[in-house]
Design a protein. Structure first.
Lengths: 423, 487
C-alpha cells in the first residue's frame, strides 16, 4: 500500500485528506478504516477522483482513501453473463476486457477512461442510453462493502435474480461513499451490440416545440430508441459543428431492425428540421466525444464552471433545457445542456461569473422543484459550493436517511458531510 | 339493551379499530378469520386478531398509529398469494388488508407513468392501458389476482423479467406508512434518482417489514411491435439446459426463456390448460423474443439452430396470438396444475448461475430419489431461477416434514453453487433459516440494523425474513442463559 502526504491538500474542489492512502487489498481497506475509527479520523473515499467537486461541505479530511490502485477483474463468468470487479477499475478498462467476449456493461457514464466503476456505482451515474438499459442501480447484483468499522459485509449475490433478505445493494448505490467502502462489485452483463446508428435531428431557432412533438411521436410509435437525448444549441455546436437544438435518437439492434427504424425517422422528419444519420463507428465516435464534454475535477477550467443534474418527469426535461438556455441568456452564462426525454435525467454545464452561475442554478432548481423534481450540483469548486446547497431540499423522509447513516457509520468515518443534509 | 351488552364483550382494541374503519370494514369473529390464517404458503397457519379493510391512506396511518401506541403486532396483506408465508399472522397480528384500496389513480402516457393504489391487481394495469399500446412489465404467474402493493413488498419477478427486470426496476415513486404511522412520499412525481439514500429500493422487496405502501407510481412501457414464441421439445433435460446457455451465448436477450421437466409437463397436461405436449418428452423450452419485427426472424433462426444442435425432437414457432396465449396459460398455471397429480405440493424458489443448471438438476433428482418424493421442475431457465415443486401427501404422517426437508435440500444445492435461496417468492417464514446458507450472522445483523431504523419495535410483520435467534447478541444471551440454567 502507498501512503504519502498530499501535496495539494487544499485542492479547489475540496474532499481531500491530508494524507493519501492507496490500499491494494480489501484487508488494507479494512485495516485503514478500523484505524481511522479507533483514532477518530475522518476519511474521504475516492477512486478515479473525477467527482471531487460533487457534494461535500468539508474542505478537507484527515485521510484520502483512494481506490485507484485497487483495480482489476476478480471473476468473469461469460456463460452466466456476470462479472465481479474491484472499484478502481475504469469503465473503459472494463468494457475493453468484456469486448473480447462479445459482452458489455450497458452503462455509458462520462469520462470512461477516468471514471471508475466504484465511483459510477457510488454516484449512481448513467448516460443517455439509460433510456434502454437503466442506471447503475439496475446493473448491480452484488457488492462487498467494507463497513466504516472494518467489517466486510456482502450484499446481494452473484446471480441475476435474487430477493433473499433486504435489497441492501440499493443502500450503497448512489450513497456517495458515506456508508463504507465498496470493495467489490458484481454486475449483470449484456451482449455487445450487433449494430448501431444515431439519428441527429436539428431544429432551427424558434422551432424547438417541434422537437418536443417529435419526441412524443417517437415514443408513441413502434420503434425502440436507446436514446432520446435533447441537446442545447451550444453543446450541439461542440459536437456537430451546427448551433441548433438537436435530438439524438440512437438505435441498437440487428442491422435490419436498426435500418427500419432509421426509415421511420426519415419519414417523420419535421419540416425545416435537418436530419443526419451516423452509422456504427461514426455513432460510436460521436458518443465518445459526447462522454467527455462535461468537465470533471481533473480538468483545468479558465472560468468558473458548474455542472448540475436535474431529475424530473420525462418530458419535463424539455422545459428544463429551454429554461436553462433562457436563464443562460439573461444571466450571461454559457449553457451546454442535454437530457433524456424518455428517462427524466438532464444535465447542464454552466460557465460564467460566480454570481451569474449561482443565479442560474437557483433558477433551474426553482423550475425543477415546481415540477416535483430536483437539481443537484455535480461539480463546483469548494469556495462556491460552501455557499450553495448542493443537494437541494431535504425530502420528508430525511430522518430515515439520518438513521441509516447513524446505524452504519455512527462515528462519521466515511465521507462525513458529503451527502444530502450533511450526512 | 341486549345489543349494548354484546358490544361490551368485544375486545376494547377491536372497538377502537372499528372506530377507525367502521363496523363494515373489519372481521374479528374466529369463524370469519379462518380464511386469513395463511397465504399461498399453507404449511403454517395462525389466526389474526382482526382483519381490517382501510379505504385510504389516512385510515391505514390511523390503524398503524393505533397498533404502534398499543403495542399490537400488525401486518399488511394484499391478495394473499405470497408463497413464502410473509402474510401469515404468526403473532396474532391485526391484518391490514389493502384490497379495498384498488384504484388506478392516474395514467400519464406522455411521461410513461401510472399511479395505483396497493390493492390494484397487477394484470388490470396492463389491461387498462393495452388499448393505447402500453403495458406494465413485471408479470408474476399470479398476475391475474396478485396486487401491485404485494409485488412491491416481494419485489416480484415473472417470466419476462429476464429482459425487462423485476418490480424494483419499474417503481418510480411510493407513498408509505412507516411503522409508527408517519406517512412519507418518495418521489411524488416519479422523478428518477431522487437525492439521498435509495429508501425506495430498500423498501421494495422488504416483505412488508419496513412500511406499508399506500400509493405506487410505476413505469409503463410501450408494447413491443412484434413477439415470437418458440416451443422446443427435448428428449434429454441436459440437452435442453445446454440449449439455454447457447441461446444466451449467441447474444440473444430473450424476453422469456422458460423450461419444464417431465413431471411438470405431466402436471400441466392434467391441469386446466393442456396444450398436448407429447407425454414422453423429458423437457420443453418456451422461448419468447420481442422487439422490432424486422429483427425477430434473425433471432428465431438462431434459436432454432441452437435447439437443433442440441438434438431437439421437435421445435415450433407459435402461428397465432391464440396459440401463444395457450402456451403461456399452460406455463403460468403450472404450479396450481400440480394439484391434478398430487394432493399437496411445495414450491421452492432457488436461483443458480445459469451455467450450473445441468449439475443442479442432477442434484435435485438425487434429492427426489433419496426423499422418495417426486419433484417437478418449472423454471425461468434464462435467469437461473428454479422452481422445484415437491409433490407430497400431507395425510401421510411425516410426509409434510419430508417435503420441507427436501425443499431445504434443494435450496442448499442452489446455495452451494453460488446461488440464492429465493429469486422472487421471498423469504417470509418459509426460508428464514435458509438465510444462513447465503449470509453470515454479521451480514444478517447488518440487515437487522436497517430494519431497526424503520421498524425499531418490530411490531410490523414480526418474525419474518430473518432466522432466529438472529443477532449474534441474542445468541450470546441464550448461551449465557443456558449456562446459568446448567450451573
Amino acid at each position: 500500500m502507498d501512503t504519502q502526504e498530499h501535496v495539494k491538500f487544499k485542492d479547489i474542489y475540496g474532499n481531500r485528506g491530508r494524507r493519501l492512502h492507496e490500499p491494494v487489498t480489501e484487508e488494507e481497506i479494512s485495516e485503514l478504516l478500523t484505524q481511522a475509527r479507533r483514532e477518530g479520523l475522518h476519511v474521504a473515499v475516492e477512486s478515479g477522483g473525477t467527482k471531487r467537486g460533487y457534494g461535500g461541505a468539508n474542505e478537507g479530511y484527515d485521510w484520502t482513501l483512494s481506490l485507484k490502485k485497487y483495480r482489476g477483474i476478480v471473476e468473469h463468468n461469460a456463460g452466466d453473463m456476470t462479472i465481479t470487479v474491484k472499484p478502481g477499475t475504469t469503465i473503459a478498462e472494463l468494457q475493453r476486457f468484456l469486448q473480447e467476449y462479445g459482452q458489455q456493461v450497458s452503462l455509458d457514464p462520462h469520462w470512461p477512461e477516468q471514471a471508475t466503476i466504484g465511483g459510477v456505482i457510488s454516484a449512481n451515474e448513467s448516460g443517455p442510453k439509460r433510456l434502454a438499459y437503466g442506471s447503475a442501480r439496475d446493473h448491480v447484483i452484488g457488492l462487498r462493502v467494507v463497513y466504516p468499522d472494518g467489517r466486510i459485509i456482502r450484499t446481494g449475490g452473484k446471480v441475476v435474480k435474487n430477493v433473499a433478505g433486504y435489497d441492501m445493494n440499493k443502500l450503497f448505490i448512489g450513497a456517495m461513499g458515506t456508508l463504507g467502502v465498496i470493495s467489490e462489485i458484481t454486475m449483470k452483463l449484456r451482449p455487445s451490440l450487433k449494430y448501431e446508428s444515431l439519428v441527429l435531428v436539428s431544429f432551427p431557432d424558434g422551432e424547438e416545440e417541434k422537437l418536443r412533438k417529435l419526441a412524443v411521436d417517437i415514443q408513441d410509435a413502434m420503434i425502440e430508441p436507446v436514446t432520446l437525448e435533447m441537446v442545447t444549441p451550444k453543446l450541439s455546436e461542440k459536437l456537430t459543428g451546427t448551433r441548433a437544438c438537436t435530438l439524438l435518437v440512437g438505435f441498437e439492434d440487428v442491422e435490419r431492425s436498426v435500418k427500419e427504424q432509421e426509415g421511420w425517422m426519415t419519414h417523420h422528419k419535421p419540416e425545416n428540421a435537418v436530419l443526419e444519420i451516423l452509422h456504427k463507428e461514426d455513432a460510436e465516435k460521436f458518443w465518445e466525444r459526447f462522454a467527455v464534454t462535461v468537465p470533471n475535477a481533473h480538468a483545468e477550467e479558465k472560468d468558473l464552471c458548474a455542472v448540475v443534474k436535474a431529475g424530473t418527469k420525462n418530458m419535463d426535461v424539455f422545459t428544463m433545457m429551454t429554461t436553462a438556455c433562457d436563464l443562460g441568456t439573461s444571466h450571461l452564462v454559457d449553457i451546454e445542456g442535454h437530457g433524456g426525454l424518455g428517462h427524466g435525467v438532464s444535465e447542464c454545464v454552466l460557465r460564467g461569473q460566480e454570481g451569474n452561475v449561482t443565479a442560474v442554478i437557483k433558477g433551474l432548481r426553482a423550475e425543477a422543484e415546481q415540477k416535483g423534481g430536483y437539481v443537484v450540483i455535480k461539480h463546483l469548486p469548494y469556495h462556491v459550493r460552501e455557499k450553495m446547497d448542493v443537494w437541494g431540499r431535504k425530502p420528508g423522509h430525511f430522518s430515515l436517511m439520518e438513521g441509516i447513516k447513524k446505524a452504519v457509520d455512527p462515528h462519521g468515518v466515511c465521507n462525513l458531510q458529503r451527502y444530502i443534509g450533511g450526512i | 339493551m341486549l345489543k349494548r351488552k354484546k358490544q361490551n364483550k368485544v375486545d376494547p382494541h377491536i372497538r377502537s379499530l372499528i372506530k377507525i374503519v367502521g363496523e363494515q370494514e373489519i372481521l374479528y369473529k374466529p369463524e370469519d378469520l379462518i380464511s386469513y390464517d395463511c397465504d399461498g404458503f399453507t404449511v403454517h397457519k395462525a389466526l389474526p386478531k382482526a382483519v381490517v379493510f382501510p379505504k385510504n391512506t389516512e385510515e391505514v396511518a390511523a390503524l398503524v398509529r393505533y397498533c404502534h401506541m398499543n403495542h399490537l403486532p400488525f401486518l399488511a396483506r394484499g391478495a394473499g398469494t405470497g408463497l413464502s408465508g410473509g402474510a401469515i399472522p404468526l403473532n396474532n397480528e391485526v391484518i391490514i388488508t389493502l384490497v379495498k384500496m384498488k384504484q388506478l389513480l392516474h395514467v400519464d402516457f406522455e411521461n410513461r407513468q401510472a399511479v395505483v393504489q396497493p390493492g390494484y391487481v397487477n394484470l388490470k394495469l396492463t389491461n387498462s392501458i393495452s388499448d393505447k399500446g402500453y403495458y406494465y412489465a413485471p408479470d408474476p404467474s399470479s398476475q391475474y389476482v396478485c396486487t401491485i402493493g404485494g409485488n412491491v413488498a416481494e419485489n416480484a419477478g415473472g417470466a419476462h423479467c429476464l429482459k425487462y427486470g423485476v418490480t424494483t426496476n419499474h417503481i418510480l415513486g411510493l407513498e408509505v406508512v412507516l411503522p409508527h404511522g408517519e406517512v412519507i412520499e418518495i418521489s411524488r412525481e416519479g422523478a428518477p434518482d431522487i437525492p439521498g439514500y435509495d429508501v425506495m429500493g430498500l423498501l421494495t422487496g422488504s416483505e412488508g417489514t419496513l412500511g406499508i405502501v399506500t400509493k405506487i407510481t410505476v413505469r409503463i412501457l410501450k408494447s413491443p411491435q412484434g413477439k415470437k414464441t418458440v416451443l422446443a421439445y427435448f428428449d434429454d433435460v441436459e440437452d435442453g439446459s445446454r440449449a439455454v446457455s447457447d441461446i444466451i451465448a449467441a447474444g440473444i436477450v430473450p424476453a422469456a426463456l422458460e423450461m419444464m421437466d417431465k413431471t411438470a409437463i405431466e402436471g400441466v397436461e392434467a391441469g386446466t390448460f393442456p396444450v398436448g405436449h407429447p407425454p414422453d418428452i423429458e423437457a420443453f423450452l418456451l422461448i419468447e423474443v420481442d422487439g422490432i419485427m424486422a429483427g425477430l426472424e434473425e433471432q428465431i433462426d438462431q434459436i432454432l439452430e441452437v435447439c437443433q444442435s442440441w438434438n431437439v425432437r421437435e421445435v415450433k414457432v407459435a402461428k397465432s396470438e391464440e396459440e401463444r396465449s395457450r402456451w403461456w396459460a399452460n406455463r403460468k398455471t403450472g404450479f396450481g396444475a400440480m394439484g391434478a397429480i398430487s394432493p399437496d405440493y411445495l414450491v421452492q424458489d432457488g436461483v443458480i448461475p445459469r451455467s450450473r443448471l445441468p449439475e443442479v438438476l442432477k442434484e435435485i433428482e438425487k434429492i427426489s430419489r433419496e426423499s422418495g418424493l417426486r419433484i417437478a421442475n418449472i423454471f425461468h431457465a434464462g435467469d437461473g431461477n428454479l422452481h422445484p415443486l415437491i409433490l407430497f401427501d400431507s395425510r401421510i404422517p411425516g410426509e409434510t416434514e419430508k417435503a420441507l426437508q427436501a425443499g431445504t435440500a434443494c435450496l442448499k444445492a442452489c446455495a452451494d453453487v453460488g446461488g440464492s435461496i429465493t429469486g422472487e417468492h421471498g423469504v417470509g417464514i418459509e426460508k428464514k433459516e435458509e438465510m444462513r446458507f447465503i449470509f453470515t450472522d454479521e451480514e444478517i445483523d447488518a440487515q437487522l440494523d436497517i430494519r431497526d431504523v424503520f421498524n425499531p419495535y418490530d411490531l410490523l410483520n414480526q418474525g419474518k425474513l430473518f432466522p432466529k435467534p438472529s443477532r449474534c447478541m441474542d445468541v450470546k444471551k441464550i448461551v449465557r442463559d443456558t449456562v446459568a440454567v446448567q450451573s
